[in-house]
Ligand binder design. Structure first.
Ligand SMILES: *Cc1c(COP(=O)(O)O)cnc(C)c1O
Length: 814
């Protein structure tokens, strides 16, 4: 597929879209209309690219990857699409000739915020890597009418506003009503013997229609395009019976109920809600997707016997785990398979990625609720459970252990257990996390079936997070090491040859400075605070969570402030501390953490004794588009979770590839960042996972630290007295009594790492060399590498063959 058009052709296409879509000429067109016209052209290019790519995949019988996930945090699409299709410059020029700035069109696009944080962003990065490497792939998720809420701080207190993303976002979607499927809920199951065959018939169910809305993600140079199929719920075609009998209102009500299923994304990150509507959402996604997969497969092959050879179904976390019993249901009830054959096919097709080891984040559903909503699926889970327990007993596993592994236990459906039992592969998302899985949550399983367990360390779409969001750095890299790294991020390593090249180090510093100025302008506009681009930009952006320990960072800032007040003449390198994070709306403690940081900002930014040396900025409504602005401007990347709590982290990787130095614990993928760059190029601090365990076992007493460490003591006492007029009793109480995430235990070590950072930063060359080494070693954290590992070791699939392999032509000529 050729995406290139001449500049005059592009201009003509845009004018045609304006005329056909809005009946306006260029003179009368609004920016929004021009954005939508350009977006529509971009979408149509991807649609065509996708259908050509899928046709090739079908012709070559290439194994299909289906990636099921409740969240895809896509952010914006226009820049990514034009960049990846290699037409951004031509569009920029065509628009310039029309008197329109392409960058102003980018700003018309709302983020597609169909996710909470790292998990949803990972899924989005994976779609890019699948497309670029020509693995035929479809993502499946829900078309939430409202994505992640818009965050507004009112005197530092988070309030949530609805995310109206569809008016600007719908242009990227292609609704396909003729591919709608039915999803059945509630009702009851009738069992009977029929021709010596035990039949289960689901009766009196409620039908909800699932309508697919497709989006597309173009890979680099457009040789592969991924499809993202988002399901929208709709009432069964208007119930004429109810309508005719005069029951208008009931007919309307039923439609409203149906349409509420995909109304809104649950805004809890790493914390399940246990609400009935959420279970409904999960089954709705899974049932529609599995039916769609089977329909597509039967159309090509007319049998399900070869499903594991031609299809890989991936479950991103436990949210879509009902895919396992749903696949069983279709094979048993609709295709006439016996249990053993169906189970063999299912387990060889499905694989599962775990994303958390925190007990409170492991999903389980009450059996009662589950049975009422999904009676037939419940029966199948019961049978999966019965057979699994029997099998374990038969090989001599003790009863307690079998109970701990059982999908049904204690009146709950244990989603993680069902996932492990029903898939052929279970992976964690960083080396440390996969190790912890084997030692803790899945230890029982690991001892019985070690061959199922593996690791795939997460990765990021480096073309978005480096080339698109940091174009100056990308240009420098291309000048120095060529364009190969765009396809093969391991080539970033070539940059290491320049680690003592003073001119290159100076250029890196200048690029960082420009990015800091760009961010400073945004902060001036949004927060009305002036920040100094020559100060250290120390950035912590991610969801607000106790385990991520933004309060450790904040407590140090408060302690530093109090120290500076006492030592006004100290030689202090100016700092700008930047935060951005949403809290789950019901997570009261996290909301207080936000307010604490916000009030700290008010106190410090308005105190003339220190505000030339320190600033604290809380950026409202953190999202992908802001991450793209913030991360390239960071000097220090704060990755300070308690060891053993963060599964991987991906923003740590985004910062690294943009030349920020990680100040972090040995947690998640930080461990592998440390392996890559060594002690000298990372600011390590804090306890290791085994040290955390030992301290827990021996008895942790935060109150002793409070009494013994004067900096901690002063800061906590100050908080108790009120920060800019607001007391934070809950945080003080938590820190000084049980301190579940051991903030105080790591505090001293954190302060020392901050001290080392300043020493290194004072020598610009040393600092820039650290930045360079981080960039040069970030290649292993590309999503391309992660996807190749999934393809080779878990899905056992290959790219669609192409006569012109990516990387050979498109860039050789430039
Ligand atoms: C990458 C990303 C995250 C994940 O951040 P972590 O620090 O890895 O938790 C969350 N939100 C957004 C908007 C991101 O881009």
């Amino acid at each position: 597929m050729e995406y290139k058009h001449s500049v005059p052709q592009i201009e003509k296409q845009i004018l045609a879209k304006l005329e056909h879509g809005y009946g306006v000429g260029l003179e009368n067109a609004t920016n929004d209309q021009i954005y939508k016209s350009v977006a529509l052209i971009a979408r149509e290019m991807m649609e065509q690219g996708c259908s050509e790519f899928m046709a090739e995949a079908e012709k070559t019988k290439t194994k299909q990857v289906y990636y099921l996930c409740m969240e895809f945090l896509l952010g914006r699409s226009l820049k990514n699409t034009l960049f990846n299709l290699g037409v951004e410059n031509d569009f920029r020029e065509a628009l310039r000739q029309m008197g329109v700035k392409l960058d102003s069109l980018y700003d018309c696009e709302p983020d597609a915020g169909l996710g909470n944080g790292g998990l949803g962003r990972l899924a989005a990065c994976f779609m890019d890597a699948l497309a670029t490497q020509r693995y035929p792939a479809m993502g499946y998720s829900l078309c939430y009418e409202y994505g992640i809420f818009r965050q507004k701080l009112v005197d530092g207190w988070q309030t949530e506003l609805p995310d109206f993303w569809l008016p600007g976002g719908r242009i990227w979607m292609h609704e396909i009503p003729e591919k709608a499927v039915e999803v059945h809920f509630r009702g009851h199951v009738e069992e009977r013997w029929h021709n010596n065959y035990h039949e289960c018939i689901h009766k009196d169910y409620t039908t909800i229609m699932a309508v697919p809305c497709d989006m597309y993600i173009a890979g680099m140079d457009g040789k592969g395009v991924s499809r993202l199929r988002l399901w929208k719920s709709k009432g069964e075609s208007f119930d004429m019976g109810l309508f005719n009998s005069g029951n208008y209102m009931r007919a309307m009500e039923q439609n409203a109920m149906a349409e509420s299923i995909t109304k809104v994304l649950y805004p809890e990150d790493n914390h399940p809600e246990g609400k009935s509507l959420r279970l409904t959402q999960q089954y709705f996604l899974v049932s529609a997707s599995i039916q769609d997969i089977i329909r597509t497969h039967l159309f090509q092959y007319a049998t399900l016997d070869n499903l594991p050879d031609t299809v890989a179904i991936h479950l991103n976390d436990t949210h879509p785990v009902l895919a396992i019993p749903e696949l069983m249901r279709i094979m048993l009830d609709e295709c006439g398979y016996d249990w053993d054959h169906a189970w063999d096919i299912t387990t060889r097709t499905v694989a599962y990625t775990n994303h958390t080891v925190m007990k409170e984040a492991l999903e389980c559903w009450s059996q009662e609720l589950f049975k009422m909503q999904l009676p037939r699926i419940y029966q199948i889970v019961e049978e999966i459970n019965r057979r699994f327990c029997q099998q374990m007993h038969d090989i001599g596993v003790d009863g307690y252990k079998v109970g701990r592994m059982a999908p049904l236990n204690d009146g709950y459906v244990k989603m993680a257990n069902l996932a492990v039992v029903g898939s052929h592969s279970v992976n964690g998302v960083s080396a440390l996390h996969s190790d912890i899985l084997k030692k803790t949550v899945f230890n029982d399983f690991y001892t019985e079936m070690p061959e199922k367990f593996t690791n795939v360390t997460n990765g990021i779409a480096h073309r978005r997070w480096l080339n698109q969001s940091n174009p100056e750095l990308a240009n420098l890299l291309t000048q120095k090491i060529g364009r190969g790294y765009i396809y093969d991020a391991s080539q970033l390593k070539k940059l290491e040859a320049f680690k003592d090249d003073k001119a290159v180090l100076k250029e890196l510093a200048e690029i960082k400075h420009h990015n800091k100025e760009r961010l400073a302008a945004y902060i001036k506009k949004e927060n009305n605070v002036t920040v100094d681009p020559d100060s250290i930009f120390d950035v912590q952006v991610k969801r607000m969570h106790e385990y991520k320990r933004q309060h450790l960072n904040a407590l140090n800032i408060l302690a530093t402030y109090l120290w500076l007040k006492d030592n006004p003449n100290a030689d202090f390198v100016p700092h700008t501390y930047i935060f951005g994070a949403k809290a789950a709306p019901g997570y009261y403690f996290a909301k207080q953490m936000i307010r604490f940081i916000y009030k700290l900002g008010q106190l410090i930014n308005n105190d003339p004794a220190v505000n030339q040396k320190m600033k604290v900025i809380y950026i409202e409504d953190y999202r992908v588009t802001l991450a793209e602005l913030l991360i390239p401007a960071a000097d220090i990347s704060e990755q300070i979770s308690l060891a053993g709590t963060e599964a991987s982290g991906t923003s740590n990787m985004k910062f690294m590839i943009n030349g920020a130095v990680t100040l972090g614990t040995l947690d998640g993928a930080n461990v592998e960042i440390h392996d890559s760059v060594g002690d000298d190029n990372m600011l390590l601090f804090g306890m290791t996972t085994p040290e955390v365990e030992i301290l827990r076992k021996d008895g942790y007493h935060p109150e002793q630290i409070y009494y013994n460490n004067p900096a901690v003591h002063c800061a906590i006492d100050y908080m108790r007295g009120g920060v800019n007029g607001v007391e934070f009793g809950d945080i003080v109480h938590s820190l000084t009594t049980n301190d579940p995430y051991m903030v105080l235990a790591d505090f001293d070590s954190y302060q020392k790492a901050q001290g080392r950072a300043v020493k290194l930063y004072r020598n610009p060359e040393t600092w820039q060399r650290m930045c360079l080494i981080n960039i040069a070693n970030a290649g292993r954290f590309a999503a391309d590498r992660a996807i190749r590992e999934y393809a080779d070791n878990i899905w056992h699939c290959k790219p669609v063959p192409s006569s012109t392999a990516p990387g050979t032509d498109a860039f050789a000529t430039k």
